[in-house]
Write a protein that binds this ligand. Structure first.
Ligand code: BGC
Length: 774
């Protein structure tokens, strides 16, 4: 009796212990995963589908969602205390649906400047602040993991998603992405770097095979991710759809395990892009299945958004032995570790009420600091707006584009048009012009909206033809106004690249610019052009027709007010291009190979330009450009001085210091860009490469700021594919400091006496065919 009581007691305690052990948060994740069945783990690793859809079929009566408009989630397991994590898009703000059933309140999110704009600020602290605000909205709207930032290299200006990405340069890209992630994650929500890696085109994004040399991968396409991972430890990384050298990224163990985790020490989880590894959307519709064994074995933990077929396949592949149980367990552990940190796990009571007013202010400040002044003949700008009569031309002036389309779109409460921005600054805008433009835009815009509703979220943006005006009307406007403004608008987004024609102005735009320019100039009145674009366009043929050209990019919801602040000089422009504006599309190094072969549906894309992307190409091969990388004007002038370079061969670092002085009359900020030109020994090198950058604080006239930076040899080294190592060659190097890649103001030579192998790596990501490089 006594004995059986003891036995029963022992049984009971071991039962309670095991029940406790199967609760997330109460016991080691490893033990919990051991307790889960294969079926349960399969359901954890495969998402529950896009909310309201099964595969790519929309459900007629979708179940109620916790956060309408979010992009995906995992399955919850109440018995293990595993909640569902909510994932929603960025990067220009949180992407959720404003409308909810039977609720009059709208759940708007703040539209911030697009990533390309943010990069033009060259201000990582500012980008961190934006990340913090977006992270706050993420948390306060009940989302756990933000699917942002996007950080692919802007290899070619026609990529439809360039606006979601930062730059043609990996250092700018990686630094900005790290700042963004650090800002987001300060809130206790996660950020996701995407799309890892080389997702540089939308044409056949699901299936294109990109042939890239190991050196170009390491130095250009992976470098930004490496910087961001090492400096921000994001919760998650989203794999790109494309193949690299014959293997889908989501199935690429060398990339996801050997490089990302073993070399860079990434600790978070890896998820696919939506239906990544499927080859095409048609395969999803046909109920086919991605190679789940290859994906999970490679270290791609989460299959998003997930299909029922993938769950079955995971179970089957574990049973067949193709999917390693240990890989599956590791993936489950990584997912659970992220869930453990999430707001939903911590039972965070989100308010559904973020401080949108405060965030609007941050959005406007970032927009003004991201704008790039490209032309300013005879100090046309700044100009007084208050009380001035303005002839405002261009459809987009009345319908400013805050950001791009597709999953990078944000559902904001409003966008301040340039018309309203000018009015808010006290300008008197020409009423006869606005009374023609506004109804025209209204009709054209509603046609677009209807079409896009019919075609779905990923439908293409079609530019509205410029509203035509008679000569007499322009003549009248020139008589009655003090100056004229014309806005060039461009938009694009996910699922399509821009056609070459979109790089150039259309005839209707050219005609308007020509006519306004000649009529206003005849009367000695100024003409200003605003570029409201998300990607690089041709400028050379028309820029001289304007007295000033301001690149506002797609600046988020406060657009018009931000433009007005820069035009009127409330803010002195300090943005610099994070991508080159070539003279012509044919000058782009990838113009012959983008988007691949065959051009209408590329199966293969050859990265023949190798490491010579952007300014690395134009500067090295002396191809004249319209505006170089790093370029941007100010209303003030800045001097660079006191350059000191100390090369410490023992610690393998370079110590650099220099001073920037505002020598003009207006307070402002300047960006110091440090390029290094390496000796040309055995390895082919770009003539110079950006190694560090720094933005000054707001400097009053006459004031200076001194910078001291350390550059490790690793950052100076180049990847040698033959030996799989990062090498620094011996010889004379030149350190150059300037405010664009083509405006170096101070420089100094330093000498490296011995060739150094800075880091040896594994021989990974070998090309699957010969890549003939420049
Ligand atoms: C996009 C991702 C996005 C995902 C979820 C995909 O189509 O490529 O950037 O995060 O959808 O919306």
């Amino acid at each position: 009796m006594q004995l059986s009581y003891i036995k029963f007691f022992m049984l009971f305690t071991s039962f309670t212990v095991s029940a406790q052990q199967t609760q997330l948060g109460k016991t080691a994740v490893k033990d919990l995963v051991k307790k889960m069945s294969v079926e349960e783990k399969a359901r954890l690793l495969v998402g529950t589908g896009m909310p309201g859809w099964v595969g790519l079929t929309k459900l007629p009566n979708p179940p109620k969602m916790k956060v309408p408009g979010s992009a995906g989630k995992n399955m919850a397991f109440p018995k293990y205390n595993i909640p569902e994590l909510i994932l929603a898009d960025g990067p220009a703000g949180l992407r959720i649906k404003p409308e909810r059933d039977n609720v009059s309140k709208k759940y708007f999110a703040t539209a911030f400047p697009v990533a390309t704009a943010l990069a033009s600020s060259w201000n990582a602290a500012l980008v961190k602040e934006i990340g913090e605000a977006i992270g706050n909205e993420t948390k306060e709207y009940g989302v756990d993991l933000l699917l942002a930032p996007g950080m692919n290299i802007q290899r070619n200006p026609l990529n439809g998603r360039n606006f979601e990405y930062f730059s043609e340069d990996p250092l700018v890209t990686g630094t900005m992405a790290a700042a963004y992630v650090n800002g987001v994650q300060r809130n206790g929500v996660g950020a996701t770097l995407k799309h890892f890696a080389a997702n540089n085109q939308e044409s056949n994004r699901f299936g294109v095979n990109e042939h890239i040399s190991q050196r170009a991968l390491r130095e250009i396409y992976l470098k930004g991710f490496e910087i961001a991972v090492k400096n921000s430890q994001p919760w998650a990384i989203m794999t790109a759809y494309n193949k690299i050298n014959g293997t889908y990224v989501s199935e690429n163990k060398e990339l996801l395990t050997d490089i990302l985790r073993d070399e860079w020490k990434f600790e978070g989880l890896v998820m696919t892009d939506w239906f990544g590894g499927y080859g095409s959307e048609d395969e999803v519709r046909a109920n086919k299945v991605s190679n789940v064994a290859a994906q999970i074995n490679a270290g791609n933990d989460w299959l998003m958004p997930g299909t029922p077929q993938q769950i079955e396949a995971v179970i089957k592949q574990v049973k067949s032995g193709k999917l390693n149980t240990s890989a599956m367990d590791k993936s489950a552990e990584r997912i659970l570790k992220i869930i453990l940190k999430s707001p939903v796990f911590r039972n965070y009571k989100y308010s559904d009420n973020p401080d949108l007013k405060a965030h609007a202010k941050i959005s406007k400040q970032a927009a003004t600091e991201s704008m790039v002044l490209l032309e300013n003949k005879s100090n046309t700008l700044p100009l007084k707006l208050n009380g001035k009569k303005v002839a405002l031309f261009g459809n987009t002036s009345y319908n400013f584009i805050s950001g791009g389309t597709g999953s990078g779109d944000v559902n904001e409460a409003y966008v301040v048009s340039l018309l309203d921005g000018l009015k808010n600054s006290g300008a008197k805008t020409d009423v006869r012009l606005s009374s023609k433009y506004l109804p025209y835009i209204k009709i054209e815009d509603s046609i677009q909206t209807e079409r896009r509703k019919r075609e779905g979220a990923l439908s293409k943006y079609i530019r509205i033809r410029e509203m035509p005006f008679s000569d007499a009307e322009i003549e009248r406007a020139s008589n009655e106004n003090d100056f004229a403004i014309f806005t060039i608008g461009r938009n694009a987004g996910e699922n399509g690249d821009r056609p070459v024609s979109d790089f150039y102005l259309a005839d209707d735009e050219k005609v308007m610019i020509d006519r306004i320019s000649s009529v206003f100039h005849q009367k000695n009145k100024k003409f200003i052009i605003i570029m409201n674009i998300g990607g690089v366009i041709e400028t050379l043929s028309w820029k001289d027709k304007a007295d000033a050209v301001l690149l506002s990019w797609q600046p988020g919801q406060e657009a018009g007010d931000a433009v007005a602040e820069v035009l009127s000089g409330i803010v002195n422009p300090s943005g610099k291009l994070a991508q080159t504006f070539p003279k012509d599309y044919k000058d782009v190094p990838s113009s012959n190979s983008f988007p691949g072969i065959p051009a209408d549906f590329p199966l293969d894309s050859n990265y023949n330009e190798g490491i010579f992307v952007g300014y690395r190409y134009y500067d090295t091969f002396k191809i004249p450009v319209a505006y170089p990388f790093g370029y941007g004007m100010s209303y003030s002038q800045f001097d660079f001085s006191d350059l000191k370079v100390q090369n410490d061969e023992s610690s393998k670092t370079l110590q650099v210091s220099f001073t920037v002085t505002n020598s003009g009359n207006t307070e402002g900020k300047e960006v110091a860009q440090i390029y290094v030109s390496a000796p040309h020994q055995k390895m082919k090198k770009p003539i110079q490469e950006l190694k560090v950058f720094a933005k000054t604080e707001l400097l009053q006239s006459g004031k200076s700021q001194t910078f001291s930076v350390t550059i490790p040899y690793y950052d100076l080294s180049s990847f040698d594919s033959a030996t799989s190592s990062w090498k620094l060659e011996a010889g004379n190097y030149e350190l150059r400091v300037g405010n664009s890649s083509q405006n170096i103001l101070i420089k100094q030579v330093f000498h490296v006496s011995n060739p150094t192998m800075v880091l040896k790596t594994e021989n990974l990501l070998k090309p699957d065919r010969v890549v003939n490089e420049l």
